[in-house]
Design a protein around this ligand. Structure first.
Ligand code: Q46
Ligand code: ZN
Ligand code: ZN
Length: 324
């Protein structure tokens, strides 16, 4: 197996590119693909300040590393969700990454700063944990970006993630979600721009990127993800990809180039979940009386969640994601 570029021994084969790469040229490929996504979708302008949402997993840490390598002013933002040992370990991983590289990391801890955590808030508000979590993360990312004067919030969604979300939304013809599925969401109503610079890179490449760059990441998944529908969609797409390399890429980028515009008129969803499990903010009508964030009602969904979880008995989570 030889590198396509230099003919030296290769460390990875990428079947959808029909090519193998040595470590040096693999890293270059990752940087080039990230830069291409940023340019093709006008995600960032030179000089933009980016806030990277980091979880301690391979994708978000690789994204932070890649943005720094590409010369962007990129700071990290971590939310301690209070999901048992998983959150403890993910926080340690993120802090070690930032410390070793001298990068600036902003942190919020749900327990310390808001006197609750995701399992407790989910139970108190009778939401599924990923809904309470998505709502909280989105609120806190937006707030941190606006408070810090950042131009964009970047998340580590990769090609596998985006293709799986698209697959799920297409299976159910959720046209309002299809209308909003894009690697860049422009700033609106006081919300910062949202960008996904890793959409041209797959999950396996991100893991390899971390290994080659010596990035320590947390391998364990959030225990609350157990039974998540998207894992099933990913498996189905992996099966298709193994028989026909390049299918995921063609499915996702073909949609963006040739189909997504056709859904532009679909009514915006209000109050439901966007395909990736993030609650849709709906139509913004004013500002939250409590925190001042753009909101669909007098008190924003995050402040209501915090209010309703106040004083609730903390829920402990088992490693399998079940509340005790
Ligand atoms: S962290 Fe939060 Fe994810 Fe865990 S509770 Fe669900 S949404 S699965 S990305
Ligand atoms: Zn090479
Ligand atoms: Zn609020």
């Amino acid at each position: 197996m030889k590198c396509r570029v230099c003919r030296q021994p290769a460390i990875i084969d990428i079947r959808r590119h029909n090519a193998n790469f040595c470590s040096e040229h693999f890293l270059r490929l990752c940087r080039d693909q990230t830069a291409k996504a940023i340019e093709d979708f006008s995600m960032l302008e030179p000089g933009d300040r980016v806030l990277v949402a980091v979880s301690g997993g391979k994708d978000s840490l690789a994204l932070w590393d890649l943005l720094i390598e590409l010369g962007y002013e990129a700071d990290g933002f971590y939310v301690g969700l209070g999901i048992g040992g998983y959150s403890d370990r993910s926080g340690e991983t993120v802090r070690a990454f930032a410390d070793q590289r001298g990068l600036r990391l902003h942190q919020v801890d749900m327990r310390t700063d808001y006197d609750t955590d995701i399992p407790t808030a989910a139970k108190a508000t009778r939401r599924v944990p990923c809904s309470a979590c998505g709502l909280s993360k989105r609120h806190l990312f937006d707030k941190a970006a606006l408070d810090g004067g950042y131009d964009a919030v970047a998340t580590g969604h990769n090609l596998d993630d985006e293709a799986a979300v698209l697959f799920g939304n297409t299976l159910r013809w959720q046209t309002e979600y299809l209308a909003r599925q894009s690697p860049v969401l422009p700033a609106r109503d006081g919300f910062p721009r949202k960008i996904k610079p890793l959409v041209r890179l797959g999950e396996r490449e991100m893991a390899a990127y971390c290994v080659v760059r010596g990035i320590d990441y947390i391998v364990e998944e959030c225990p609350m993800a157990v039974g998540n529908k998207h894992l099933g969609y990913k498996e189905a797409l992996n099966e298709i990809e193994s028989r026909s390399p390049g299918s995921k890429h063609d499915f996702y980028f073909g949609f963006l180039a040739r189909a997504s515009q056709r859904f532009a008129d679909a009514a915006p969803a209000a109050g439901g979940l966007i395909g990736d499990g993030t609650p849709d903010p709906g139509i913004i009508t004013g500002h939250c009386q409590n925190c001042g964030s753009p909101s669909t009602s007098e008190v924003c969904a995050f402040c209501r969640l915090i209010e309703r979880s106040a004083g609730a008995r903390p829920v402990t989570v088992t490693p399998k994601g079940r509340p005790l």
